[in-house]
Structure formats: structure tokens, C-alpha cells
Design a protein around this ligand. Structure first.
Ligand SMILES: C[S@@+](CC[C@H](N)C(=O)[O-])C[C@H]1O[C@@H](n2cnc3c(N)ncnc32)[C@H](O)[C@@H]1O
Length: 235
């Protein structure tokens, strides 16, 4: 399902646990050098008679489920989870330009999973750094496009308007902007932001209002803000 050529880290099970969750559930340490206790999130082996439901994974039932998934999906196979998500995905898509191997992409994939985006589109380099995705890419459809032209052709074919998200001349503040129910939210990369080609492909350009001294927030934060705003309006 994932159209990226970096290897997917590890199979289902403990390797999918989220170290940030582990840190959250760990008791406070008294010394900076003390090792953190074993994480306590997730569930142990299924108690009693096993359920007769093909969505359940026998290995997880036997050994417990420490994956970074919501409780509703405990013990479910990955395929069953993806099928359930597919049945209720939101109609917005997320796209990001990837000309410099941007570290934000993993976090954007994770947020796209959390906000139930239909698909994530990576424009440019095929390889992307999966670290920030925290394995959520296994549950998220990710499609690669060689360049902006290929991406634009796909969006046109799918009948989806491209909404560029960047703080450039003429951008409309997100609280006043139209965010169509079915659309592609297109983000730029650290440093240059959206390319001129990407901006030209968009039917609107939307910015997030800022109040401090920095020119911009990082692309992953911007993506989370706008996905949340889309969900607030349409979710
Ligand atoms: C770190 S920004 C760099 C470009 C930015 N135009 C600048 O002037 O510095 C990278 C990407 O994050 C998103 N972004 C960051 N801050 C934003 C804001 N305030 N409004 C809309 N998008 C933003 C955009 O998609 C942008 O292309």
C-alpha cells in the first residue's frame, strides 16, 4: 500500500509501539541516568476464550497488543484495521513537495492517519524519511508523483481542487478561506516553501495566521493545523 521505497521497519507487534507513548506511561525517573521502566500501554494476552472473529490476529491474542493503535483496534490484524479505516476515510487528500528529503513528511503521514485523510501524495523524490511516521504509514495510502505536472494531472482526473497552503503574497487566512469538502491540501518543504509550479497548480492559496517573530511554522505543524481545521468544518 505504501508507495515509497524505504523499507517498512518491522512487522506487527511490539516493534510498532510508539516510544513517545512509552515515555508518557513511564513513571517519573529520579535520576537522568536511570533507565526508563518498561512501557505499560497496550494490552496483554486475551483473557479467556478467544473471540471467533476474522478481524482478530491470533498472534496478538496470544501475546498481547502493544501497537500504537486506538483501543477500538486492539488485537485486530493490520488488514482489518486498514479495511475499517478505508470504509470511513475523509474526502480530503494531503500532498507535500519532496525535493530535498524533507524530515516533515513522516509527521505529515502520521497526522494524515490521525485525521483520516483519504491519501497522502508525495511529489518529487520517491524516498522519504519514515521516522516521524511512527509506523502509521502502514495504515495510510501514500502515492508518489514524479513532478508537479504528474500530480496536477492526477488531481484533475480525480476532480479534486488543489488548495496550496503557504504564507505567500495573496494568501487568504485559513479562518476566512474556503476549504472544499473534497480537495487536496498541498504543502511545501522547509526552506523554499511551495515551488512556483505548485503554486500555479492551485485554485487557492491559504495561510495560517501567525503572531510571533518567526516567518513560518514547520510544514508538519502547518499540515496538522489545516487538517484539524478541515475536520472542524467537515468531520
Ligand atoms: C517552513 S515553511 C517555508 C516557506 C515559507 N513560505 C517562508 O516564507 O518561510 C514550509 C511549509 O510549511 C507550510 N507553512 C509554514 N508556515 C505556514 C503558514 N503560516 N501558513 C501556511 N503555510 C505554512 C507551507 O506549506 C510551507 O511551504
Amino acid at each position: 500500500m505504501t508507495d515509497a521505497d524505504e523499507p517498512t521497519p518491522a512487522p506487527d507487534g511490539a516493534a510498532e509501539s510508539d516510544p513517545t507513548d512509552a515515555a508518557r506511561s513511564a513513571a517519573p525517573s529520579t535520576s537522568a541516568h536511570e533507565p526508563l521502566p518498561t512501557p505499560t500501554h497496550g494490552v496483554g494476552p486475551w483473557p479467556g476464550e478467544w473471540p471467533d472473529d476474522p478481524r482478530y490476529d491470533s498472534e496478538l491474542l496470544a501475546e498481547g497488543d502493544r501497537r500504537n493503535v486506538v483501543d477500538e483496534y486492539r488485537y485486530w490484524t493490520m488488514e482489518a484495521i486498514v479495511a475499517d479505516l478505508d470504509a470511513k476515510r475523509h474526502p480530503f487528500h494531503v500532498a507535500i513537495e519532496n525535493w530535498q528529503h524533507d524530515l516533515n513528511i513522516g509527521s505529515i503521514v502520521r497526522s494524515a492517519n490521525a485525521f483520516l485523510a483519504a491519501e497522502v501524495h508525495i511529489i518529487g523524490k520517491r524516498r522519504w524519511n519514515r521516522r516521524g511516521a511512527m509506523v502509521t504509514d502502514r495504515y495510510q495510502h501514500v502515492r508518489h508523483h514524479e513532478d508537479v505536472d504528474a500530480f496536477t494531472a492526477w488531481a484533475q482526473d480525480a476532480g479534486l481542487p488543489v488548495i496550496a497552503i503557504d504564507n505567500v503574497e495573496g494568501s487568504v487566512p485559513v479562518n476566512r478561506a474556503e476549504l472544499p469538502e473534497a480537495c487536496v491540501l498541498l504543502f511545501g518543504q522547509e526552506g523554499p516553501g511551495l515551488s512556483p509550479e505548485a503554486l500555479a497548480a492551485a485554485s487557492a492559496v491559504v495561510e495560517i495566521t501567525q503572531y510571533g517573530s518567526t516567518r513560518s511554522i514547520n510544514a508538519a505543524s502547518a499540515a496538522a493545523v489545516v487538517m484539524y481545521e478541515w475536520c472542524r468544518r467537515w468531520g
